[in-house]
Structure formats: C-alpha cells, structure tokens
Design a protein around this ligand. Structure first.
Ligand SMILES: Nc1ncnc2c1ncn2[C@@H]1O[C@H](COP(=O)(O)OP(=O)(O)OP(=O)(O)O)[C@@H](O)[C@H]1O
Ligand SMILES: [Mg+2]
Length: 458
C-alpha cells in the first residue's frame, strides 16, 4: 500500500471522483430543473388555452366539453366560478385537489400562475388561469398534474446519470491504472537498478528508449553505473600499483641493509651500500610525499594561492636552480621568454610544475643535447609554456597514458632514474587547478614537447 503507483493512482482517483461528482451534480440539477419547468409551463399553457375557449363562450356545454376533453389526458382540469365553487371537472375532486383549489391566490394576472410546484412533497402540481369576461373575473381554470409523472421523468434521468456515472468510473479507474503504470514502471525499474548498484553489481541495463525526463533519468543511471565501475577498476589498479611501488624500494632497502650489516665486507663497499640505502629511502620519502599531495588534490584540500607574477621571473629562478644539473649532464638549456607576460599563478606550485617537466626532459635526453623552454603569448589572453627536448621520445600508443598516476613508459629505465610515475599527474592536477591545460607531443628518438596553456588573467 506504500507503493508509488498506488499512492499516485489513489490521488488521481480521488481528485477525478470529486471533479466528476461536482460536474454530475450541477448537470443533473439543471437538467431536472429544466424538465420540471417544462412540465409546469405545459400545464399552465394548457390551462390558458382552456381559459381562452371559455372566455369566448362561458356556458354549460362549453364547460362540459372542456372537462370531457381533459378526461382523456393525463392532466386534470377543474373549472370554478369566482367563489371557487366547482362548475366542471374532468375527474372527481378529492381532498388534496380541493385544498389546492381553496389555497389563497393573491395577485393573479391574465397569464395565470403556477400554484404549487412542490413535486417532491405533494401528490399534484397545479396552475391556475383566471377567466376574465368584460373586465371581470368570472372564474378560474385549475390544471393539475400528478407528480408521479414528474417523478417518473426524474427517475429516468437519474437512471441515465447512474449509468453514465458507472461508465465514467470504470473509464477513470482504467485510465489511472494505465497512467500510473506508465509513470511508475520505469521508476520501479530504476529503483531495482540502483539497488543492484548498491550491492556492487555495476552491470545494470534499463533498456529505456524514452526521451522524456524519466528516459533521461534512466540514461543517467546507466552512465553513472559505468562511471562507478570504471572508478572501481581504477582504484583497484591504483592500489595494486601503489603496493608494488612501495614494495620495490623496501625490498631493496632490506637487501642492501642485510649486505651492509655483514662483517666481512670492506669499508668502501659498506659506504656504497649505505649510500644506496639513503637514496632508496629518499626515493621512498618522495614517493610518499607525492602520493600524499595527490590525495590532497583528490579531496579538494589542495589550495592554490594565485597571485599576478611576471612568469619569466619564476622561470629564471628555476633555471638558476637547475644549472648545475644541466652542467653535470652536459645538456644545454635554451630559454625564450617574452619579458612582460604576467599571469596569475601559485608561484610555489608553478615552480614545482616546471621542475618536474625539466627533470623529465633531462632524464630522457642524451649528453650534449638541448632542452628548450619557450614562453609566448600564443593567442590574445592565452600564454603557452612549452618544454621540449631531443631525447628518446614516447611511443605514440603510450602517449595518452603518461599523465596517469604511477604510469611509466620504460619501467626499468625510469626506476633507475628514481622515477615513480607521479610527476606528470601532479603537473596535470596543478595546471588544471589553475584553469589551464597540458598536452604532450612526442616523436620516438626525436624528442618530446610538453605544453602548458594558461589564461593570462588567470
Ligand atoms: N620528456 C620525456 N621524454 C620521454 N619520456 C618522457 C618524458 N617525460 C615523461 N616521459 C615518460 O612518461 C612517464 C611519466 O612521467 P612522470 O614524470 O609522470 O614520471 P617519472 O618521471 O617516471 O617519475 P617522477 O616524475 O614521479 O619522478 C615517464 O616514466 C617517462 O616514461
Ligand atoms: Mg617525472
């Protein structure tokens, strides 16, 4: 009884019944009143026409003639003189007719009047028409109709209304049944689908091809289910790679710690192993720090403090910081920056982005090659920062994935360089938090270009 279809159906049903009842009531009343008025008018005009005959000839034979004529009809005529003594009648005057005849007539015009029309209470309805000869009222023509006739007419009308009412009721119930099912069936299916989703079954199909709001809703549920499943898969994969990422350095650390603690090895060797231990634990610390940063970004706890800065100034600082590394690797660095360009960024985060990208470029470039950093206004209001190298490049099929977390193209090479595959995903998150975009282009063995696009006004 708590079902939506039932509630909806009940609501519409009650509403329709009230509307139908009101309509039927007014229709019935006006029809019934019309019929009664018709009967009364007929009675009066019949009385008036008898009166007209009598006004022409007010003698006994005419009186009898009128009474005789009326005795064939369903109505009754009683003709009296001015004092209300009966002169002629079509039927014997019983008590109720007599009391009606003697009821008080106040004002009466030549058109006559309706004397009694209380058809529900009385046995007769009555009209009276005055017989006026030479300006004097000489008598009255009383017309009576048995109310059984009116009651019969009304009863027939009631029966017709009853039948119409029953048919309408059936049609209403049928229409409501169809309507509420049409509305609630898809809702019920969607409810079942979401219950399945809650249980963890993501393979829901609703099979609705409707273009109305319900169709759109069921489409959204199907899309949501797909998204949920993808998220679940991604999370599974991510957790698997994280545990792998954490396990590898720890295995190294354990192994080298074991070797370093042996008594037989030389001081030189011990020093080497301790250095590796230090490097691995630094790598682990960095990995955890980066993961933590990404987790903060996911929870929207990562706040960006934008301020208007001359972008070349930041880049100059990054260049100074990286110079020893370039020297060490014998890689040249070319910086082209239009000096007046201002952009709203979080300097510290932006610094981090540039270091990550330059670090990648250096790591994948050979000796004596070149890394270029160009900053320009590519379109009005749009600043493009591109970092390109002549390194080994990225295979086309790997390119779409390099911004994913923990993704590395050449696992062993990247690891030996200390990479964990988080750099580019952090870059992407930071740039997107700034309202910008990052793209990568690469040619195998020719080099890679990563470009950042930022809105000038932030
Ligand atoms: N300039 C580049 N040239 C060639 N390959 C690149 C370049 N930049 C990135 N890649 C590839 O994309 C992968 C992902 O880069 P990302 O910076 O996210 O991770 P990483 O450098 O391996 O590790 P991390 O930056 O976390 O220390 C790298 O492992 C590398 O294979
Ligand atoms: Mg990197």
């Amino acid at each position: 009884m708590n079902k939506l279809s039932f509630k909806l159906g009940m609501f519409i049903f009650i509403f329709m019944i009230i509307v139908e009842a009101i309509l039927f009531f007014f229709l019935y009343k006006s029809l019934a009143d019309n019929r009664i008025e018709e009967v009364m008018d007929n009675l009066l005009s019949r009385g008036n026409s008898h009166r007209d005959v009598l006004e022409k000839r007010f003698d006994e034979s005419t009186l009898n003639h009128v009474a005789l004529m009326e005795s064939e009809a369903k109505t009754i005529v009683v003709i009296t003189d001015y004092e209300k003594s009966v002169l002629a009648k079509s039927e014997p005057v019983n008590e109720s007719l007599d009391s009606m005849i003697h009821s008080n007539i106040s004002e009466i015009t030549h058109k006559g009047l309706i004397l009694h029309d209380e058809w529900k209470e009385n046995k007769y309805v009555a009209t009276v028409s005055p017989i006026r000869i030479d300006g004097n009222v000489e008598g009255f023509v009383y017309m009576f109709a048995n109310t059984a006739i009116i009651k019969g007419v009304i009863k027939e009308l009631s029966n017709q209304f009853m039948l119409a009412g029953i048919i309408t009721l059936f049609l209403t119930v049928f229409a409501i049944f169809i309507l509420s099912h049409f509305i609630t069936r898809p809702l019920v299916r969607m409810k079942l689908a979401t219950e399945e989703l809650m249980k963890g079954n993501m393979k829901v199909s609703l099979g609705y091809k409707r273009s109305d709001e319900l169709g759109q809703l069921s489409n959204s549920i199907v899309i949501l289910a797909g998204d949920l499943e993808r998220l679940k898969e991604e999370r599974k994969e991510f957790l698997a790679s994280i545990s792998h990422e954490l396990r590898t350095p720890i295995t190294y650390i354990k192994g080298y710690a074991n070797i370093a603690s042996r008594e037989k090895i030389s001081d030189q060797e011990r020093e080497k192993y301790l250095r590796i231990l230090k490097e691995e634990s630094e790598h682990l610390t960095l990995l955890i720090k980066n993961l933590f940063e990404l987790a903060k970004m996911d929870q929207n706890q990562f706040v960006i403090y934008k301020e208007n800065v001359y972008i070349c100034e930041i880049i100059q600082k990054v260049k100074e910081k990286m110079t020893p590394i370039f020297k060490d690797k014998q890689i040249s660095f070319e910086l082209k920056c239009e000096p007046d360009l201002q952009v709203a960024v979080d300097s510290e985060r932006f610094h981090q982005v540039l270091i990550n990208l330059i670090d990648n470029a250096i790591n994948h470039s050979g000796e004596l090659s070149k890394v270029r950093l160009h900053v320009e206004q590519s379109k009005p209001g749009l600043i493009t920062i591109s970092i390109s190298d002549d390194g080994n490049g990225i295979p086309k099929e790997e390119l779409p994935f390099i911004f994913e977390r923990l993704y590395r193209v050449d696992k062993s090479r990247s690891r030996s360089l200390g990479g964990s595959g988080l750099g580019l995903s952090i870059v992407k998150e930071i740039i997107e938090k700034h309202g910008g975009q990052v793209h990568a282009e690469s040619n195998l063995e020719k080099g890679t270009t990563i470009s950042i696009e930022l809105q000038e006004d932030g």
